[in-house]
Design a protein around this ligand. Structure first.
Ligand code: ATP
Length: 268
């Protein structure tokens, strides 16, 4: 990747309240990142550093990227989403340079949340890269996470994600690095209801019995539910375009949309 590939997004308007479910993850993020950032006096009093890392794991589409973005929104911090598959490069030394460039960009624009997706790509089993090549990348990542002195990473918050935590190098999970592993599961019924509400919040919707939709979406991920709302909106839009009368999104649209979706987390 070239230097411009590691751009920092400005803080968006997603907040933790927009993320359905995941209360334990939210609590952990509050303790590790949000409370220290918002309370400089208490931070000093308790000697808490303004940096850190967490490892999120769980099936795809359940909101790992989304919650990382929400943390950035809460902190008023920049946001970088980088996948290990973008970083890894067959050409000797380039992957390490990429890792360094990502962290340098984050430090320059601190406070910044760095979301490292597909961390398992660093596990030798999953990669086509030579083992020693991967070792170098892991070592570079360790160096960046530690910072040469503690000050350098001030305001850099790292959230890494994987679907296979057991493939993640143990050295990366030691204290001061990605030292907490948090499970992000598919949403339970109350979480599904809030996810549906969130994705319908700015759409014209008649009074719908969301409980019904919640019941038939047992295996749906957050991404599936977002897609469901998008499809339901599409049905209503098409109808309105054809008939020339705008109508609200109704229960029927949501039920039809649900029927068309094959839940992605079913096999997890
Ligand atoms: P992957 O492992 O594939 O990267 P992920 O767990 O990072 O998946 P996201 O990319 O965060 O999943 O989710 C995709 C989209 O689904 C989000 O942009 C958001 O619109 C919606 N979504 C997922 N989970 C939630 C949630 N808990 N609350 C609200 N929206 C959600």
């Amino acid at each position: 990747g070239d230097a411009s590939a590691w751009d920092v997004d400005s803080p968006g308007d997603v907040r933790l309240a927009d993320v359905g479910g995941m209360q334990q993850v939210k609590d952990r993020l509050e303790a590790a990142f949000l409370a220290p950032m918002r309370n400089p006096e208490l931070r000093k009093l308790y000697g808490k550093s303004l940096r850190g890392g967490l490892l999120l794991y769980g099936p795809p589409g359940c909101g790992k990227t989304f919650i990382a973005r929400a943390v950035a929104g809460e902190l008023g911090a920049g946001f970088m989403s980088v996948s290990l598959s973008d970083i890894l490069d067959m050409y000797i030394g380039t992957s390490e340079k990429n890792v360094h460039a990502v962290f340098e960009a984050a430090r320059r624009q601190a406070p910044c949340v760095v979301f490292l997706d597909e961390l398992d790509a660093l596990g030798a089993k999953r990669s086509r890269m030579h083992h020693s090549g991967l070792r170098n990348v892991v070592n570079q990542l360790l160096t960046e996470l530690d910072g040469v002195n503690a000050v350098r990473n001030d305001g850099v918050f790292v959230l890494a994600a994987t679907n296979v935590p057991w493939d993640v190098d143990l050295a990366l999970r030691r204290p001061g690095r990605l030292d907490r592993t948090l499970l992000v599961l598919p949403p339970d019924a109350p979480a599904r209801e809030s996810i549906l509400r969130y994705h319908l919040r700015e759409r014209p919707i008649e009074s719908v019995d969301l409980g019904k939709i919640v019941k038939i979406t047992e295996d749906f991920s957050g991404a599936d539910l977002a897609h469901l709302c998008e499809s339901a909106a599409e049905y209503a839009l098409l109808d309105s375009a054809r008939s020339g009368t705008v109508r609200m999104i109704g229960t029927k649209d949501l039920l039809n949309a649900a029927k068309q979706i094959k839940p992605s987390s079913e096999s997890w």
